[in-house]
Ligand binder design. Sequence first.
Ligand code: NIG
Ligand code: FE
Length: 400
Amino acid sequence: MTETPTSVLIDGIGTLVTNDPELGEGRTGELADAALVLDGGRVAWAGPRDRAPDADTRVDAAGRCVIPGFVDSHSHIVFAGDRSREFGARMSGRPYEAGGIRTTVAATRAATDAELHARAASLLAEAQAQGTTTLEIKSGYGLSVAEEERALRIAAGLTEEVTFLGAHVVPPEYAGDTDGYVTEVTGPMLDACAPHARWVDVFCERGAFDEEQSRRVLRAGMDRGLLARVHGNQLGEGPGVRLAVEMGAASVDHCTHLAAADVDALAESGRGAADSATVATLLPGVDFSTRQPYPDARALLDAGAVVALAGDCNPGSCFTSSIAFCIALAVREMHMTPEEALWAATAGGARALRRDDVGHLAPGARADLVLLDAPNPVYLAYRPGVPQVAAVWKNGTPLS
Ligand code: NIG
Ligand code: FE
């Protein structure tokens, strides 16, 4: 990524959202009539425009709103094939089941590296054009040593946030022998895959991996230096959330079906050292596309849990790359305030990825930002489905 050789003043910002970490969790810190100075790919200064320092070049935001780029901490964009008919059948009444993942596994295995790379790169570009400046990408549609390693190599060419999800479902070769597959995942598969990844993930759910199998996977990944994250409590209540907290995972994703003890465990995980909380990452696009209830975001927020919003772009449970759409769902359907939803999709995503350089625009942050064709960020939920991204900057440079 090229960085700007000179400093840039973005002037005339109608509303600036900094998410300055000093304001505290969940606070977006809106500033009217603001300016930003970017230098060397980072934010050098943020504040009222009448106090802005000089810079080498000036860009007029013309009253637009500027927000941190979205930090989407959950995607599965290395895949081939098409499951639109499965979605159609679901909308006619069929339930969503983890087994649909195997359809994508067969198509992904049959695809060339170039095909997989082109598809993932185009979905990444689609997400970036809609304001996502950090995107986590998982493997999980290969499910063999060679195929998982291939998916991770492709992901690593597109993002720094690469997640090994060999334990997504049990592949056909191991049908009826989940423990045998876990032995493969925790041994040779992780040996080959860990060097390409930052994260280890597991789908802890009925029909995928049970609590003990999931614990084995996470422990084996952590033993190789990976950080843990978990898919949990998507299709029903279960052990995923509490296992994630027990293992010190950065995030547990979905959280659609939570018991009171799950909410308590998530809230408790942040007491003491807030930065080591297990974040509850909510994926409302999945609940929308699978006709599930929405997670109880209010219970989580009111208990003091750290909440993130992410997209989960994948061909089965949720084929959207729009974080603005997820924000609109979170506000309308999950009773998050517009401020809570925007924080969750930016600073919350950063927390779920244990990153302090993205998700905010305080001095020192990466200059990853979005100019919205809107006077303030409430418009993200107020005008659902309407493209409002005027420009996206990454590392201090506009993406074309
Ligand atoms: O996050 N929950 C498991 N994995 C994906 C779905 C993948 C698929 O259906 O292909 C998810 O929803
Ligand atoms: Fe997922």
